[in-house]
Design a protein around this ligand. Structure first.
Ligand code: NAP
Length: 504
């Protein structure tokens, strides 16, 4: 194990240390960073929550999380022993300003022991209701007095609508500089998502075609088989548009649609993404009806098991109007993308869990082959699979071997698993490392979050002001409601589904 030379001694203070996110994502990611030599020699993790725990009991919880959720399976006994020596627990109620004093003492003790002031990363893995009070109490306790050495990581959701996102930005802005604020959208840390920029800007081949002259339309689809499960409390006030489209799917759209940045500087890249959001066509009440549809799943069967409908799962009264599916047609009004539709869809309890971006190119201007030669003629398609398959697939026409001239569609595939033997890191590993390195490229800037909220507010307002009469309108194990098919069929298209191991 070697330590990363460029990383300063670091203290992580994890608010929500006893919570699900820490057990499932943060602890396994930090453990992997340690195992792979990406943590500095001098680091400490202080977990906190209201639950009273000894250091040992807290470590046991983390070990359970790592054993269950780490990408490399159960922890190695020696590595765990070395790692867990850096982990301590401090019970605190985040609403009590006096409870922050022990953090200051502990950080100073580390500074003394290490002979240097460490960087301190405050990770807010708690309900968004606590983001303001934690930021205020950190400030009151002078825990963020040194802007060069302190950072705050804010989990999703960042705001509930444009107004609340602005308020939170303002509050954080009074306490921290923008360089200290790391707003997480974990999608941006995914290997396949980061590769979109490499694919677009490290290859001369695609950029000349990457515009309205050659691209017919783009589809971005993030579907999951799981239902709302025990996230009902949060999800029922949010819905698919807030939970997925406002952040993850719009960020994917930005990566596809952004202009080439001048360099790889964090602000340069984020400027180009904000340009896309600002260029996006605004919705009116009329265009919301034409361009956005919603759905909610009913009961059904998934892989031989009976599953309840959304309304049975959340048991709200009156019956919930929250959408578990959303599909929206967007336009980017600039020279590159004028009149190229971007169709985004996301939903729960869908037939398959898969995230992909499909770029459909325009047809050839003139077909020289007789119709009977092309059994399955298809315009060129580029499919970027984000998960579970991690691949880039270019679909082209080719001649089938044989004495006659027969064409069909074949795939040219770059598959991560087939190409690289080393496993891709989890998104949280990338993002935690970037936080330590002070690299904000993969984090959302304040104006970026607000621009995304601003764009979807007319849809949210329209849906919240008008309860759906058709919910539940799709069954478990389907591809969503009929209205989503109609949305795209009106333009002469259909939603693409990736062939996966022969399963459609
Ligand atoms: P969770 O399991 O409910 O954990 C909440 C944490 O907050 C617990 O550690 C709890 O500790 C602590 N807490 C609650 N009230 C507190 C108080 N007054 N003072 C101090 N600590 C308090 O929630 P989660 O699923 O980990 O989610 C945390 C955040 O991450 C949320 O913003 C969520 O949207 C986001 N997120 C979660 C996931 C995920 O996979 N779980 C994924 C993406 C984003 P005590 O009970 O010990 O007080």
């Amino acid at each position: 194990m070697t330590s990363h030379k460029n990383i300063q001694p670091t203290v992580f203070v994890i608010f929500g240390g006893t919570g699900d996110l820490n057990a499932r994502k943060l602890a396994p990611a930090l453990y992997h960073l340690f195992m792979d030599g990406w943590l500095p020699e001098q680091f400490a993790i202080i977990g906190t929550g209201r639950t009273v725990l000894t250091d040992e009991a807290f470590r046991d919880r983390l070990l359970e999380g790592i054993n269950q959720f780490s990408r490399s399976g159960k922890a190695n006994a020696d590595t765990w022993k070395a790692f867990s020596g850096h982990v301590v627990y401090q019970a605190a109620d985040v609403q009590d300003a006096a409870a922050y004093e022990p953090f200051a003492r502990r950080i100073q003790a580390y500074a003394k022991e290490w002979g240097t002031q460490p960087n301190v990363i405050y990770y807010l893995a708690v309900s968004p209701d606590f983001f303001p009070v934690i930021a205020q109490n950190i400030s009151k306790s002078k825990l963020s007095a040194d802007p060069e050495r302190t950072r705050i990581v804010i989990e999703k959701p960042f705001g509930h609508d444009l107004e609340s996102a602005k308020e939170l930005n303002q509050l954080l802005g009074h306490i921290f500089t923008e360089q200290q604020i790391y707003r997480i959208d974990h999608y941006l840390g995914k290997e396949t998502v980061q590769n979109i920029m490499a694919f677009r800007f490290a290859n001369a081949l695609f950029e000349p075609l990457w515009n309205r002259n050659y691209i017919d339309h783009v589809q971005i689809s993030v579907t999951e088989q799981l239902g709302v499960g025990d996230r009902g409390g949060y999800y029922n006030g949010a819905g698919a548009l807030r939970d997925m489209i406002q952040n993850h799917l719009l960020q994917l759209l930005c990566l596809v649609a952004m202009e080439p940045p001048v360099n790889f500087n964090a602000d340069e890249i984020r400027n180009r993404k904000v340009d896309v959001l600002r260029a996006m066509r605004r919705f009116t009440p009329e265009t919301v009806r034409e361009s956005a549809v919603r759905g909610q799943y009913g009961a059904g069967w998934m892989e031989g098991k009976k599953v309840p409908g959304y309304r049975e799962e959340v048991e709200s009264k009156p019956p919930s109007n929250t959408e578990t599916f959303a599909a929206v047609k967007f336009f980017v009004d600039n020279w590159r993308w004028q009149n190229v539709p971007f169709y985004l869809r996301t939903g729960k309890r869908m037939h398959r869990s898969a995230s992909s971006i499909t770029v459909q190119f325009k047809d050839v201007p003139h077909c020289v082959f007789p119709t009977e030669t092309a059994e399955s003629w298809q315009q060129n398609r580029l499919i970027i699979s984000i998960q579970p398959e991690m691949s880039i697939r270019l679909q082209v026409q080719a001649k089938r071997p044989g004495l006659d001239m027969m064409l069909n569609t074949v795939d040219m595939v770059f598959d991560y698993k087939g190409t690289y033997s080393n496993e891709a890191p989890e998104a949280y590993e990338t993002l935690l490392l970037d936080t330590m390195l002070g690299d904000q490229t993969l984090f959302m800037r304040g104006d970026q979050v607000e621009a995304a909220w601003d764009l979807i507010m007319p849809i949210l307002n329209s849906w919240e002001g008008r309860a759906s009469q058709s919910f539940p309108n799709y069954s478990a194990d389907s591809w969503g409601p009929e209205v989503a098919e109609a949305l795209i069929a009106r333009d002469g298209y259909h939603w693409f589904t990736l062939p996966l191991n022969g399963k459609k």
